[in-house]
Design a protein around this ligand. Structure first.
Ligand code: FAD
Ligand code: UDP
Length: 386
């Protein structure tokens, strides 16, 4: 019936399915365990009629013209430019820490002096990871770095990961570098915004192809079995030799034979208020107070016009517990050496099953943004030679 199987209907699965269906004329079966498409990008209207992102706020941003143009076949964009404020000592200041933040948190004279030192050392528009800035030989620069570390990074990172900034992969905190600039945007990417009619609509269009069949509410691991000795993949009890692109978690595919791969998870609390806006920016981070890390107000992101009500989401980080009633979705891979070893051991078990392709945030155990996943899916299709 089908030439290819794709597990998961997030960006990884949907993009590769479309490529296989359209460019190679393959009949593709997508198996998705949730009751909807769009993976973690899924959006829907809540009971107040406000468009919300069920799995946390998603802002598309990319430097890649190729990815932007690819997705633009399925959506137009609202060109939203994301800004984040941090609640620091009772004030709302721009995050990432930039020259505007500097002016708000230091007295005028100190701010001018520190700005000159930072600009002459690093140059305008430079972006320096906090852990790098803390190593600077200039004590004045270290003073700024220590301030940012203490007020913005240490407590947020402890909440988010249960670990200190220096205990996690440096690339994670480098996502939010100190920015020597007056640009208050969270991202500087050339292309940014949200799909004008939402992500789910984008996915509906992406998957709307005569060669694509989507089966929802189905755990692919109940249907796909891996024989690691014979190097064969079975689908519904029969050997399946066509391409299988798997975008779920690798430990689940191998029935947790080596143990459960650790992740961080989140609990999202949505609240609706009878007011036009709840906060001045799309997202407000709470590094030092509260049990949640941030509050996002969807109307800022989507630009939806609706009078007298607004919905926000609070993100509570927690350990991933796959059988728990909360925290049961694996959101963020945790890159410790031990975890990477477990991931690689799982991957080695799959070596030699040449029709199985691992793709996506879960299957590759990587901290991918949406644009990187789309690019990766397009590249994988080109490598598949089908
Ligand atoms: P997913 O979207 O997770 O899709 C995988 C799909 O596979 C899911 O639908 C899942 O149900 C399904 N699946 C898994 N296992 C099975 C199985 N056994 N059987 C059947 N189906 C299965 N990126 C950005 O670029 N900008 C942002 O602003 C942004 N915000 C984020 C906010 C949060 C809170 C989080 C956690 C991530 C954010 N991301 C953001 C990252 C973004 O979510 C990922 O890049 C994206 O989800 C990756 O797509 P994917 O297809 O690999 O995975
Ligand atoms: N971070 C922080 N304080 C902030 C914002 C980010 O300490 O106010 C750190 C934290 O460790 C976080 C990482 O930087 O996990 C990456 O932040 P980003 O906003 O990119 O996280 P995401 O949106 O992917 O959850």
């Amino acid at each position: 019936m089908f030439d290819c199987i794709v597990v998961g209907a997030g960006f990884a699965g949907a993009v590769i399915a479309r490529e296989l269906a359209e460019k190679s004329n393959k009949r593709v079966l997508i198996i998705e365990k949730r009751n909807h498409i769009a993976g973690n990008m899924y959006d829907c209207f809540d009971s107040s009629g406000i468009l919300i992102h069920k799995y946390g706020p998603h802002i598309f941003h990319t430097y890649s013209k190729r990815v932007y143009e690819y997705l633009s076949d399925y959506t137009s964009w609202n060109n939203y430019q994301h800004e984040v404020a941090g609640s620091i000592d009772g004030k709302l200041v721009p995050i990432p820490f930039n020259l505007n933040t500097l002016k708000q948190v230091f007295d005028a004279e100190t701010a001018v002096r520190l700005k000159e030192i930072l600009v002459s050392k690093h140059g305008m528009e430079s972006r320096i990871p906090i852990l790098t800035l803390r190593q600077d030989e200039n004590p004045e620069i270290r003073k700024v770095a220590d301030y940012v570390y203490e007020k913005i990074f240490i407590n947020y990172t402890m909440k988010q990961w249960g670990l200190k900034p220096e205990e996690i992969d440096p690339q994670v905190t480098a996502r939010v570098p100190v920015h020597i600039s007056f640009d208050n945007r969270y991202f500087q990417d050339e292309y940014q915004g949200l799909p004008e009619e939402g992500y789910t609509r984008l996915f509906e269009r992406l998957l709307n192809h005569e060669n694509i069949t989507v089966r929802l509410n189905t755990n692919a691991c109940d249907l796909i079995k891996i024989d690691t000795v014979k190097k064969k993949l079975f689908f519904e009890g029969e050997v399946f030799n066509g391409p299988v692109v798997y975008t779920g978690a690798i430990d689940e595919l191998l029935e947790y034979r080596l143990g459960v791969l650790p992740y961080r998870s989140l609990d999202f609390k949505f609240e609706t208020y009878e007011m036009n806006y709840y906060q001045p920016k799309g997202t407000v981070n709470y590094p030092n107070d509260m049990l949640y890390t941030r509050i996002t107000e969807f109307k800022h992101l989507t630009g939806q016009r609706i009078e007298g009500k607004t919905t926000i989401v609070k993100e509570y980080p927690m350990e991933y517990n796959r059988t728990g009633s909360v925290g049961n979705i694996p959101f963020y891979p945790i890159f410790t050496q031990e975890n990477m070893k477990m991931y690689n051991d799982y991957k080695n078990m799959l070596e030699g099953i040449d029709n199985l392709f691992l793709l996506g945030r879960l299957a590759e155990y990587k901290y991918y943004n949406m644009d990187a996943i789309v690019e990766s899916a397009l590249n994988m299709y080109n490598r598949m030679n089908v």
